[in-house]
Design a binder for this molecule. Structure first.
Ligand SMILES: Cc1ncc(COP(=O)(O)O)c(C=O)c1O
Length: 380
């Protein structure tokens, strides 16, 4: 049984506010929001209210938000839209640039709908504006990068990257994957000036199966699936009033506590790492020099196999991961760590520790002691 959960970037537990909001919407707003009767209109009202809350937190307009099933669908919708518009104009498969450390939902959909070119990052996981500007000479249809990386926590300099795109090609679209930023950092979509942005509710305490796609007003979004023309015919299917209500509650609560949680979580991880490195001088915190999310520690040690370490920590009741859950499940090595170009022996020994609002000092005390013990046992 997991006693200590340190894998919040894979998914967060359902938060109390999201749970309460979800249950109350299930009781009260369970109608079909397309129905004209009162029961349907209650659901419509709940959705409108929830979207207005999300729009306020994310600094955009309500009609710029589309409810999706999560980050993957949001990324796919955006990539499909940009690729379709470009190939309708030019005939050829659309050129899509993405950072080499983007999530597989970006990389794989870019390959599916266009012609993907991956842009290198530095050893801290940072994409440099000069790299983007140089690649812009081929006039891509879309440029994708992340607000923050799921494995390293590295935050990109979004404004500088967007400026690099706009300086060369104003018609190129920008997709900002905020799946790991929303709920952990303040996001002002209007100021960031991106065309699309994706959000995954389950990363910050909403139920699984609900997310958002931001589409800047004026940007076309053809549907991926034809159906009943819900959400201005951009995403068909009966809308989930309870899901979006819960997401709005979780997002709003996270925004309220963002500043204090940022300080608290940074201190927890800094203190944990300081103790680890005292006992294990070869331990490294990858991408530590970058602007980072407060909750993520990419912890590496040479001479160990990360899968074995993760299993041993699990047996000790501690849940961490070797990287993105979708890759770890298939035993694949992380393309994010590979993109850093670090020594293979160190890359084999990377685990991701990601914490959240209910993680305590005591949790990290146990983690530190167990990690040190298990690494010592493995390095022989
Ligand atoms: C950076 C990033 N983008 C996209 C996704 C996909 O989100 P979802 O799990 O909601 O489909 C994830 C989830 O792991 C992620 O970390």
């Amino acid at each position: 049984m997991t006693a200590i959960y340190l894998d919040w970037n894979a998914t967060a537990p359902l938060s109390a506010v999201a749970r309460a909001a979800w249950l109350s919407a299930q009781d009260d707003a369970w109608g079909n929001p397309g129905s004209v009767h009162d029961q349907g209109q209650r659901a419509r009202h709940a959705i409108d209210q929830a979207k207005a809350t999300c729009a306020r937190v994310l600094c955009c307009r309500t009609n710029e938000l589309i409810v999706t099933s999560g980050g993957t669908e949001a990324n796919a919708l955006a990539i499909h839209a940009a690729a379709e518009s470009a190939s309708a104009n030019g005939g050829n498969a659309a050129l899509i640039l993405a950072s080499a450390i983007d999530h597989s939902s970006v990389l794989r959909n870019a390959e599916l709908y266009g012609r993907l070119v991956k842009l290198p990052v530095d050893q801290q996981g940072r994409l440099h504006p000069q790299v983007v500007q140089e690649a812009m000479k081929d006039k891509p249809a879309l440029v994708c990068f992340q607000f923050a990386n799921n494995e390293l926590g590295t935050r990109q300099d979004v404004s500088a990257l967007v400026a690099a795109v706009r300086a060369v090609s104003p018609q190129t679209r920008v997709l900002l994957d905020c799946a790991q930023g929303a709920g952990k950092a303040i996001i002002d979509l209007r100021a960031l000036d991106v065309d699309f942005s994706s959000i995954a509710g389950h990363k910050f305490g909403a139920p699984k199966g609900v997310g958002l796609l931001y589409v800047k007003n004026g940007v076309r979004l053809p549907p991926l699936i034809a159906g009943g023309r819900q959400q201005q015919d951009r995403r068909s299917g009966t809308e989930d009033a309870a899901g979006i209500t819960a997401l709005a509650a979780a997002l709003s609560a996270a925004a309220t506590h963002a500043e204090e949680e940022d300080i608290r979580q940074r201190l927890l991880l800094e203190s944990a790492f300081a103790r680890i490195v005292r006992d294990l001088p070869q331990a490294q915190w990858l991408a530590h020099a970058a602007e980072r999310l407060p909750n993520t520690l990419s912890l590496a040690h040479p001479g160990i196999a990360n899968e074995t370490l993760v299993m041993r920590l699990d047996l000790a009741g501690i849940a961490v991961s070797t990287g993105a859950a979708c890759m770890a499940a298939r035993g694949e090595q992380s393309h994010v760590i590979a993109a850093l170009g670090i020594a293979p022996d160190l890359a084999r020994g990377v685990i991701r520790v990601s914490i959240g609002s209910t993680t305590t000092v005591a949790d990290l005390d146990v983690f530190v002691a167990t990690y040190v013990r298990e690494v010592r046992a493995l390095v022989r």
